[in-house]
Design a protein around this ligand. Structure first.
Ligand SMILES: Nc1ncnc2c1ncn2[C@@H]1O[C@H](COP(=O)(O)OP(=O)(O)OP(=O)(O)O)[C@@H](O)[C@H]1O
Ligand SMILES: [Mg+2]
Length: 330
């Protein structure tokens, strides 16, 4: 797989927000590759920097947020080296995103069909109305909504249907890479499950790569081939989903997440939390950001940020793996 050109390549990426209290380091020297047709999960607690990273990839950072360091390549192209015109042609057509607040991503005063037509025409001005309508109906079929709903307004659809429409619009121009930021969080469990099944089915048919962002570690491990784990703006581990439960060597935070998956024993449900709290990003702990919560903490962890090590098929940022091959030095 590593011989192929990644659809997404993050190299030493940092993103900060300028605030009155100084810069908030929301994404902190992150490395990640996503390959064609792959689903990679991105998990981490609320505030760990997942959405900020997604906006940085789309070059949609707003207000106080800025790319501080690193390069972001999509399909081999440096997103931040593009002219505004190049970016306009590239975004949505080659890479697209389903936003965390997808419910508000639809325009309430436009029919579903009109929203498909706008997206299609924004990149293919020569498309006729008839061609747009046919493509819109095809996309509705793909997300299993009866095309008769094309004439509806968003409020006339259920939450699950709206979410499917948003996904259909995101893939309308056949991008090679789609970021989905918590696409099912607002939905009930049954609808959530059916949409996840559909994302997998569509992805098998249309072959795009996905960066799937979620709080839900067990859901992501099931959906994705690989899982990237963020803690306090840092990518602390990237591992094959299967290896997550089958191998022993993980980042201590990942170990905590694995223990936190609810388990059913003979007569009770066991849920173990990770003791402590995520740090304040304005004043990160010295050394490894996880050290105040880590059961294996040593003086080195308090003093020095660990390098990223290759451990089996995983990449882990932890001093316990010093001696393994270094992927990225501190
Ligand atoms: N507008 C802002 N101004 C200053 N800091 C911000 C702003 N937005 C986010 N942050 C900081 O960036 C950090 C990361 O936020 P982000 O929204 O990327 O997290 P997330 O992992 O997507 O969280 P969630 O799971 O809740 O969606 C937050 O902890 C916060 O400190
Ligand atoms: Mg978010």
């Amino acid at each position: 797989m590593s011989s192929r050109i990644p659809v997404l390549e993050l190299e030493d990426v940092s993103v900060a927000y300028d605030t009155h209290n100084g810069p908030v380091q929301a994404v902190n020297r992150v490395n990640l590759k996503v390959y064609p047709e792959e689903i990679v999960g991105l998990v981490g607690e609320s505030g760990s920097g997942k959405s900020t990273l997604a906006y940085a990839i789309m070059r949609l950072l707003k207000g106080a947020a800025f790319l501080q360091n690193g390069t972001i390549k999509v399909m081999g192209k440096d997103i931040y080296a593009m002219s505004p015109k190049e970016l306009q042609a590239f975004r949505w057509a080659q890479m697209s995103m389903v936003f965390q607040s997808a419910m508000s991503a639809l325009n309430p005063v436009m029919t579903v069909e009109q929203q498909f037509i706008d997206t299609l025409r924004s990149h293919n001005k020569q498309m006729t109305l008839e061609q747009c309508r046919m493509r819109a109906a095809e996309l509705m079929d793909l997300v299993r909504i009866d095309p008769k709903y094309l004439g509806s307004y968003p409020h006339q659809l259920s939450g699950g249907m709206r979410q499917r429409v948003v996904i259909a619009i995101a893939i309308a121009l056949e991008p090679a890479f789609v970021i989905m930021d918590e696409p099912t969080t607002a939905l009930d469990v049954v609808v959530q499950r059916s949409i996840l099944d559909q994302i997998q089915a569509i992805q098998r048919k249309v072959h795009f790569a996905v960066l799937f962002i979620s709080h839900d570690f067990s859901l992501v491990a099931e959906l994705a081939q690989r899982v990237a784990i963020m803690y306090a703006g840092r990518m602390v581990e990237v591992a094959d989903s299967r290896a997550l439960t089958q191998t022993e060597n993980h980042h201590p935070y990942t170990e905590g997440l694995l223990r936190a998956i609810p388990r059913l024993t003979a007569d009770e449900i066991v849920i173990e939390g990770i003791p402590g709290h995520p740090p304040n990003l304005v004043s990160l702990p010295s050394g490894c950001a996880f050290h105040p919560r880590c059961p294996y903490v040593t003086d080195e962890c308090r003093q020095q940020r660990p390098s990223l090590y290759e451990v089996g098929t995983a990449e882990i940022e932890c001093h316990r793996y010093a001696g393994q091959k270094v992927v990225q030095h501190v």
